[in-house]
Design a protein around this ligand. Structure first.
Ligand SMILES: Cc1cc2nc3c(=O)[nH]c(=O)nc-3n(C[C@H](O)[C@H](O)[C@H](O)COP(=O)(O)OP(=O)(O)OC[C@H]3O[C@@H](n4cnc5c(N)ncnc54)[C@H](O)[C@@H]3O)c2cc1C
Length: 464
């Protein structure tokens, strides 16, 4: 391909039999096709290869590798750092990989690599089953799973990767392989936390759990009680039964139902609950926290399908907002850390900006630090400091709040961060996130992707 030849035109010539769509800058839907969830990301790929079949994925990978083009892989397009796209290179767009096949007897779901969690939850929920994912249903299965997967079911059922039984991948060579506990076991170890570094996952096989109706929702107190609520929460949560997940949060109450008008736009702190079980047990499990604190502004809990809780935040965080976020794993919350949280929580710069502490204990601790690539099995929480707003005028403010907040709390953290909630923060941060597992990941990377074809991610650099 000569430099003067547009990449999209070359791809149309060379990729004979491509069954999906090859979208270039001259196509009418190019702008739609290149848009990702985070409006801070505005990248212009030379080609979007919207693949329809595994053979299409193989062709697109080989095309990018043969022409030495930067290659990004897009699952749900939700990545905060925009790692599902790139400038001037090729994007493999998996949005047509939407199959979800539930086997209610074997309790498994085979899921296409381009699905969102809404599609999976809908299909599994019909059988009263679920697999752990996150807390927002529009997030992609691909990126969330490969980076670990923390959410409402973590304490009861583990991370998303702890329920991954098998994956089918297209490697940097274009070869198609399966990874599981029986096949390509080193690859299977690496993809459970190692992100998109090892290949394009075209399908996942997940274990399902009996999770039909849950009892959950938010409890909010005034943000001024941040230190008091967090001080009780830090002792309460690790001692709570696994059926109870509850992430601590700072929020501003949206001016809409189901929130009472009296607290619209009020800054609050609180806990978002998910109890896998019925009201009576849930109420008993929440009681030690609620009894130790003043009457909340809102205790909006109730029985609902798991999929309803999963989509409860979707309206507050639609595509097209600007996101700048940072994260850190946390083992303990010292008094000083609690005070810093209370200070920054009260200073949230916009309605959608937030801080969440996602529990990483319970079933997530049943798996050893070197059993999968996801190293921080000894963390108690993952803290995420998310500055979010739609107005470009507020970019400076959301960015500053998120960075200042994370930097103030970083000395109180466990050192590394959850790769799925990082921006592009440099190689040292990636290493710190994998700790002792990094060297093994680098060796496996050298086996499966020695040329670092898959480098638009929190990158593991190949080392033989
Ligand atoms: C609003 C919001 C809420 C979130 N909530 C949670 C949460 O509750 N829990 C949690 O754990 N995370 C959460 N995340 C973080 C989320 O896990 C990451 O942003 C993740 O990268 C999104 O995956 P994606 O497929 O949508 O992203 P994309 O932008 O498509 O891809 C992200 C990365 O994954 C790779 N990738 C994606 N799919 C594949 C595939 N099929 N094969 C190979 N590589 C692939 C890409 O190459 C890229 O490097 C949230 C993110 C947002 C924006």
């Amino acid at each position: 391909m000569s430099i003067a030849t547009p990449v999209a035109a070359a791809a149309r010539q060379e990729l004979t039999g491509f069954e999906g769509r090859l979208i270039g800058p001259d196509d009418a839907d190019y702008d739609d096709a290149r848009t990702v969830y985070n409006a801070l990301i505005d990248k212009r790929p030379a080609l979007l290869a919207r693949c329809a079949t595994v053979a299409d994925v193989q062709k697109a990978v080989r095309f990018a590798a043969d022409h030495d083009l930067l290659l990004a892989v897009r699952g749900g397009g939700h990545n905060g750092a925009g790692l599902g796209t790139c400038d001037d290179g090729v994007v493999i767009d998996l949005s047509l990989f939407k199959d979800v096949h539930v086997d209610p007897v074997a309790r498994t779901a085979r899921v296409g690599g381009g699905c969102t969690w809404a599609e999976v939850d809908g299909a599994t929920g019909a059988y009263g089953l679920a697999t752990p994912s996150g807390i927002i249903s529009t997030t992609g299965v691909g990126g969330l799973t490969l980076g670990g997967g923390l959410g409402h079911l973590t304490r009861k059922c583990g991370l998303a990767i702890d329920n991954l039984l098998e994956a089918e991948l297209v490697l940097a060579s274009g070869e198609r392989v399966r990874a599981s506990a029986e096949e390509n076991t080193d690859l299977f170890w690496a993809i459970r936390g190692g992100g998109g570094n090892f290949g394009v996952v075209t399908s996942f096989l997940f274990r399902l759990h009996e999770v039909g109706t849950i009892f959950g929702g938010p409890t909010f107190w005034p943000v001024e009680l941040g230190a008091e609520v967090l001080s009780v929460y830090r002792e309460f949560l690790p001692a709570a039964p696994r059926e109870l997940n509850g992430f601590f949060a700072f929020h501003t109450v949206p001016p809409a139902p189901p929130f009472p008008e009296a607290i619209h736009m009020r800054k609050v702190c609180g806990v978002v609950w998910c109890y896998v079980g019925g009201e009576e047990d849930a109420t008993a499990a929440m009681a030690p926290l609620l009894d130790a604190l003043p009457e909340p502004l809102m205790h909006g809990v109730g029985a609902m399908p798991h999929s309803a809780l999963q989509s409860a935040f979707d309206g507050l965080y639609p595509p097209g907002d600007q996101w700048y976020w940072r994260a850190d794993f946390v083992k303990e919350l010292s008094d000083e850390a609690v005070d810093l949280h209370a200070r920054f929580g009260a200073e949230m710069p916009t309605l959608q900006s937030t801080m969440h502490l996602y529990p990483v204990d319970g079933a997530a601790h049943d798996v050893g630090a070197s059993d999968t690539a996801w190293s921080y099995r000894d963390a108690t929480w993952n803290a995420v400091f998310a500055g979010v707003d739609r107005d470009p005028a507020n970019v400076g403010a959301i960015r500053k709040w998120s960075i200042d907040y994370q930097e103030a709390l970083h000395p109180h953290s466990a050192g590394g961060a959850y790769v799925n909630m990082m921006m592009e923060e440099g190689q040292e941060r990636v290493r710190a996130s994998y700790r002792d597992n990094y060297d093994r990941l680098a060796r496996i990377k050298a086996t499966y992707d020695p040329g670092n074809v898959f480098r638009v991610n929190q990158n593991i650099q190949p080392k033989g």
